[in-house]
Design a protein around this ligand. Sequence first.
Ligand code: NAP
Ligand code: HSE
Length: 444
Amino acid sequence: MSKGSEKPLRIGLAGFGTVGGGLVRLLRENADVIRRRAGRDVVLTRVLVRNPAKARDTALPDGVALTTDYRELTDDPQIDVLVELIGGIDHARALIDRALDQGKHVVTANKALLAEEGPDLFRKAERKKRILRYEASVAGAIPIVEALRQSLAGNRVHDLMGILNGTSNYILSEMTSNNMDFDVALKQAQTLGYAEADPTLDIDGHDAAHKLILLIRLAYGVHYPYTALSVRGIRGLSGLDIRLAREFGYRIKLIGQVREVPSPQAGEDDSQVRLEAGVFPALVHHTYLLARVGGVYNAVRVEANAAGALFFHGRGAGDLPTAGAVLADVLAVARDERPNNTGFAGSDLPRASIVPPQEWRSCYYVRVMVQDAPGVLRDISGCMAAEGISMAQVIQKSDEGHGVPLVFMTHETTAQAMSDALQCALDAGLLKEPAVYFRVLGGA
Ligand code: NAP
Ligand code: HSE
């Protein structure tokens, strides 16, 4: 369709939950600006749900009906674009496949699907010459997909790290600032519409990991298999560690990070670059911008060779912030904008060369619970020294009832050396329970 066409763009909306409801609201509230930006009307035709009898907060426009039959969206020749906001893998995949087969463009916020099956979908969209856009799938309202795909295309990205899950950040912020219990904060995040339908995806780090996979693709033009990513979430994180980290001047944040690590033969050749990538809770010094990202906010810090450091910050979840990003994609479809799906030519991306997690180098925060007795500190230090780990700071706190917390901040070491040293201490009977340890971003 040519730009400026008078024919309205007709949407089939799959999903009328948090984000779908937000989109319906924005289509109504922003109709004038949408028409001016797109040069045509954007109209909703039909809405797919699971349970049509459910009470909804948002009213549908006159004449727009709910359906439970997805073919009423995918097979209707009047519909130009499918907006997929049901989430999950299998149903969403079937729906998008069918829509592409039927010649529809697709807009989705589904990072789980794109992380796990994105390459297949991108290939199919390319084959069918259809647009597939996914701005809302990473960091809600923050336009990081477009920034990496278009605005930073002239750069080489060295390092990208961020707070990519609003629910986890909300929980950590409430635990840090208001001493709230983990479970109460999670419940609130669910009520506010931030959490995934299955909140274990949020608290076990998988939602952030899905987003990181998409960012790796956009930043490096490589396929990093989801199953190869090292993922650790915030489940079971103790208020004690949040308090102790504060005493050292740090906040605990759930971080997703990817950075280039030159391989021994590295030159200017991209294929020699290895990637270190993962999701993990980390101590972030309170003076860093990332430490100040509170509540449901997300942030992404990109370090690139031409631009230098950039910091993106905004609401990472919620109905309107996410729906705004979905709507921007719908407008791009209305204007027939057709960028490559990843910003790299072709959809067959090479596999990433991956640094194994045991080799990652970092400073560490380590908390062990020990008996307050002569020689314990010396023996634990011995285990650390045997692995070549050097301490930066040590403090001992008063008895917690189940032992004395002994906290170390270390100089840089590998993940392997750290786990071996702590296993040595456990095997020697020095620890009352397994050690808790986190990476420290940017040094102790
Ligand atoms: P949600 O509130 O759980 O809503 C899901 C909607 O999809 C509901 O209307 C549900 O119908 C419908 N649905 C689910 N499975 C279906 C099926 N098999 N067939 C037909 N309809 C089905 O989800 P959400 O929070 O809006 O999230 C939607 C997508 O956006 C997900 O991919 C999520 O990861 C992504 N996302 C969410 C946010 C956020 O802040 N919530 C932010 C960024 C991205 P019923 O209403 O009848 O149950
Ligand atoms: N559950 C996700 C989060 C929604 O908490 O960040 C946004 O992708």
